[in-house]
Every structure is written in C-alpha cells, then in structure tokens.
Design a protein around this ligand. Structure first.
Ligand SMILES: NC(=O)c1ccc[n+]([C@@H]2O[C@H](COP(=O)([O-])OP(=O)(O)OC[C@H]3O[C@@H](n4cnc5c(N)ncnc54)[C@H](O)[C@@H]3O)[C@@H](O)[C@H]2O)c1
Length: 248
C-alpha cells in the first residue's frame, strides 16, 4: 500500500542495531533486502529472517561495485538505499591522522561510494529513495566528539547536495537524525570512553524531552516512512527521531 512491496533495498551497516532493525521493517513491508556489512552474519540472524548479506567494506570501491552488481543480478535494480554503516571514533582536537582517515573513509567517503554505485540502478527505475544516517550529533557540538560529529554534519551536507543532483531523476534523498538510541553502539561508546553504563543511560535519558533513550524499531519506522510513497514530496530533509533532544 505504501509502495514498498517488491522493491529492492540495500542497507549498509545492516548487521548493526539500527541497520538491522531498518532491514527487518523494510522486509516486513515487502522489500527484498540486501545487507552490506564488514561483519559476517555470525549468529545467522539475517539468514533466519531471509535477508541476503554481502560482506563489504564500504571504504573499498571495488568491493562495493561487485556487491552492487550482484544485488542487481539477484534481486533486481535497487530502489531504496539506507546508508547506516558507520565507524565510531570519539576524539577532540587530539585526533590523529589515523583517527581522521579511519572515520572519514567510512562515514563520509564510504557512504558516498555506495551511493555512487547504487544511483545508476535507481536511474534505470527513474525513481528511488536514499536515506542517510546522520544524528543529533550532526546539529550540535558535543565535548570530545569532533571526529564523529563532523562526519554527521557532513552527511547532512551530502544529503542536501545529492537531493539537488538527483531530483530530476525521481530520486529522493533525506537524512534521518536519531537522538540517543539504546544500542550496542551506545554501550560500546561508554566502554571506549570508560564511562558507567547505567549512569550514562540516566544522563542520556534526561537529555530527551521524552525522558528516555529511543528504540531501534522507532528509528526503523521512520526509515520505512522515508523509503515509502508516503514521503513522496519529501527530499533534502533531515528527519529528527530524537525524542525532543534538539527541542530543549
Ligand atoms: N545508536 C545511536 O544512538 C545512534 C544515534 C544517532 C545516529 N546513529 C547512527 O546510526 C547508524 C547506525 O548506528 P548503530 O547504532 O546501528 O551502530 P552499529 O555499530 O550497531 O552499526 C554500524 C554497522 O556498520 C558496520 N560497519 C562499520 N564499518 C564498516 C565498513 N567499513 N563497511 C561496512 N560496514 C561497516 C558495522 O560492522 C556495524 O554493523 C550510524 O550511522 C550512527 O552514526 C546512531
């Protein structure tokens, strides 16, 4: 009913929390979903849900090109691209050349290269929806988050530029900007920064008007909305799924 049934979708970072939840939601609405991730489907979760996984490092253009053409052959031209893959480096002014190269090559360059190789398939269909994962961290400064936040600001910039480049081909491009979602990335960033998890959950919850962190399914519902015909007049937008974080 929402125009998702039978469409082919790629979700990068599809074995991560938000990517996987988005893939499941798109599959529930009838999409044929391919997951691109650097990780293997170790616990067989994706296979169990009938999601095709492709082991792809999105900082490697050759791997992207091969995987995109394999998806087209097996599932048909891609109509929906969810750019969720990200590398998490939380550093301030002390970030090293290696820190910058690691995060930029995945969050900015990798996202751009996947988009580059999917767009020709969308052009064949004369329609498409690209959903790029930014964050509330793409709107505000946060202490010692310069490396990560700069990539999330960049994602919003790419979204607006690509929306202009691709509108005449019937391709919509939007960003999705979650607040704090209780995922393994949150748990891992607490560990990386040596912070107490329960205390950080309380602090993160208090930052949102709704007094809690979000759930992966709540983000996935917004991804499916942007992918669907319900969002047919929406392009170049940033959709906040942030429990009121930025309204404070
Ligand atoms: N979790 C949150 O609270 C939150 C909030 C705002 C925005 N986001 C954004 O949502 C997106 C998903 O975050 P998440 O919480 O699901 O994180 P996650 O770590 O669970 O998922 C990220 C996935 O990307 C994959 N990945 C990393 N490098 C890759 C590479 N080179 N090639 C292919 N895959 C690679 C990882 O293996 C992982 O499966 C990210 O873009 C993140 O910035 C998350």
């Amino acid at each position: 009913m929402r125009g998702l049934n039978g469409k082919t979708a790629i979700v990068t970072g599809g074995l991560g929390d938000l990517g996987f939840a988005s893939a499941i939601r798109l599959a529930e609405e009838g999409c044929k979903v391919a997951l691109f991730d650097i990780k293997e489907d170790a616990n067989g979760r994706a296979a169990e849900m009938n999601l095709e996984t492709f082991c792809v490092d999105i900082s490697d253009e050759g791997q992207i090109e091969d995987a995109c053409s394999a998806v087209e052959t097996r599932l048909g031209p891609v109509a929906i691209l969810v750019n969720s893959a990200a590398h998490f480096v939380f550093k301030g002014v002390d970030a090293t050349v290696e820190d910058w190269q690691n995060i930029l090559s995945i969050n900015v360059m990798g996202t751009s290269l996947v988009t580059k190789h999917v767009v020709p398939q969308m052009k064949k269909l004369a329609s498409g929806s690209i959903i790029n994962f930014s964050s509330v961290s793409g709107f505000v400064g946060q202490p010692n988050f310069a490396t990560y936040n700069s990539t999330k600001f960049a994602i919003r910039g790419l979204t607006k530029c690509w929306a202009q480049d691709l509108a005449s081909f019937g391709i919509r491009v939007n960003s999705i900007c979650p607040g704090y979602i209780y995922t393994s990335a949150f748990v891992n960033s607490c560990k990386q920064l040596n912070l107490d998890l329960d205390e950080e959950d309380r602090k993160a919850s208090a930052m949102h008007l709704l007094s809690r962190q979000g759930r992966s399914e709540e983000v996935a519902a917004a991804v499916a909305f942007l992918a669907s015909d319900d969002a047919s007049f929406i392009t170049g937008s940033d959709l906040l799924v942030d429990g009121g974080y930025l309204a404070k």
